[in-house]
Design a protein. Structure first.
Length: 94
């Protein structure tokens, strides 16, 4: 849990994922509840993606970059680049 002002706590979950089809690149995703967003870091580049409607699993997008996933899998789509399909490498940590 992370303290978010005035003694209110909001959940933060971190997922470390390995992307074997991209040369074992590592993607770190920090999900937080307030505001609802995912901070994604991959290859030294960071993205702050707001939550979006998803039928199943999760979806975050800023309109150009999109993070989707369900369970232990995550997919990052960026303009002009091949999609990264990754799987959880380490358990989630608070």
């Amino acid at each position: 849990m992370a303290k978010m002002g005035r003694g209110v706590y909001h959940e933060v979950v971190i997922m470390v994922a390995r992307c074997p089809d991209a040369g074992d690149v590592i993607m770190v995703i920090r999900f937080q509840a307030m505001p609802d967003l995912a901070a994604v870091t991959v290859g030294g580049v960071g993205y702050q993606l707001p939550i979006a409607v998803s039928g199943s699993g999760y979806r975050y997008t800023d309109g150009a970059v999109e993070l989707t996933g369900k369970g232990d899998e995550a997919r990052l789509t960026r303009p002009g680049q091949r999609a990264l399909v990754c799987a959880r490498a380490l358990p989630a940590a608070p």
